[in-house]
Ligand binder design. Sequence first.
Ligand code: PMP
Length: 461
Amino acid sequence: MSGGSRGRIGPGRPLVSDAVRSDRTTELVARDLRHVWHPFTAHSAWPDDEPLVVDRAAGMHFWDTDGNRYLDGVSSLWLTVHGHGVPEIDEAVRAQLGRLDHATFLGLTHEPGIELAERLLATAPAGLTRVFYAGDGSSAVEAAIKMAFQASAQRPGGGPARPYYLHVAEGYHGDTLGAVSVGGIELFHATYRPLLLETRMVSSPGVRTAGQTPAARAAEVLSEMRALLEAEGEQVCAVVIEPLVQAAGGMLTHDRSFVSGVRQLCDEFGALMVVDEVATGLGRTGRMWAVDHCGVTPDLMTCGKGLTGGYLPLSAVLAREEVYDAFLGAPSEARTFFHGHSYTANPLCCAAALANLALMEQRCTVAHAARVGDRLGELLQSVEEYDGVREIRRIGTMTGIEVASVGDRTGFAVCQAARRRGVWVRPLGDVVVLMPPLAIGDEDLQTLCGVVEASIREVVQ
Ligand code: PMP
């Protein structure tokens, strides 16, 4: 990788000198700095962080505009399944382009949308029977929480609508205001608090005191939840959780008994259980769905990210028939779910998702992902012993390495050090996230872990 030896360590310091950047890169970066506003990006630091301009991708790697190759260690933000440039997915999208680029799903339907609903439900926990499409993870969560409220207002037997949501500290469900309302990450969410929905928040089951077992922590948070429901359960339409891993919260993992306990509380207090599988779903935890580890069927389940194999934006809410039924009635009764987007169920996205799911089945990708997860555990064993590493948390392939802070943006500095070694990873604060494409092979996995280990040694050891 050119420029690797020229970079210096440390937050805010340049990685490569301008001399090793091509004119094309320099020009693109200058144009970017002039007009582009990036998500979750501190723009005052962005120019010094040496923006990496991605040019192309294939398999587990992408290349920048200077021809440097990087291993995609975070699946392009937790999306990529089989790698980049998968011939079968490329072909499926091309074939769909030749037939139907787009048609509205409001009042029309199409084969890719119908078939994807069938395929998706065939992988889902028994009892989920309906699919509502959305665009990104956030918009799936938004739809799910609106559905939960409306279902509470329209439930058989009547009764007043339930306007509150119960959710979990350190949770993250996206950036639209409904999704932010059920989030619990101060840094991301506190600013918007005056704008948000009525919620009640319990502590995170993933944040334990020293020596506390995950099961004991789960029981503690469940009793907190019970107390809230006993006091105000009549007002709570839904409990919203990320199952097993609070991903954006720093890959905080919790005990399965938390998920099954939430199911029991929802049943007892008549709230819907909304499980957000946007990050955990489609194989990331070593099972198709994180709830599969727990033997639980939620009332509403969101998915997104890897649904199209990491190609195109598509997400969905999977619902139980009873929830769907609450929306039935004569049009004049206005029980309809008045919600949807211009690009709902875009056929190109559906075609990519269908090809992705077919490949996952043919290649037993979820079983492979479970093995990748175990291997990650083995390869990172030595890293856990470093003084500079506080904790490694992992379920399946979802991995967070919490490093000790040695200054401003330590996690970021580790990722920059990995970048110089040809591996792309991205931190969540001081948690270095590893989330390789599910189909990654052993050699690339060894490179990923070896580079991250060397980078941690460089920055925090
Ligand atoms: N839910 C969870 C659990 C997520 O991790 C994310 C994204 N990281 C979202 C929702 C939002 O998804 P998107 O960024 O596609 O809107």
